[in-house]
Unconditional design. Structure first.
Length: 85
């Protein structure tokens, strides 16, 4: 009888619970950044909170840097709901 290797030694949490965990971290930027690196399912939920509201204060150079970032990362644009300059 062939041996099988269980790649998931622990039960997998339902996606709804995983999303609830990430939602709970909505104010913890560092934890959300870590969650974004855990697995591909956690990336959109983490990005939703990380990029929901962006506040940019400063010089014209800082505005240019933000614009350059956003133009180079168009996949982030759908997550932005509020932009304060």
């Amino acid at each position: 009888m062939p041996h099988t290797i269980d790649l998931y030694p622990f039960p997998i949490l339902p996606l709804e619970i995983q999303d609830m965990i990430i939602d709970h971290l909505h104010n913890d930027k560092r934890s959300l950044q870590s969650c974004a690196l855990v697995c591909k399912h956690w990336l959109p939920a983490s990005r939703y909170h990380l990029f929901h509201s962006i506040t940019q204060k400063g010089t014209e150079d800082s505005y240019d840097a933000l614009l350059e970032f956003l133009l180079g990362a168009e996949h982030i644009l759908p997550y932005i709901r509020e932009l304060r300059l």
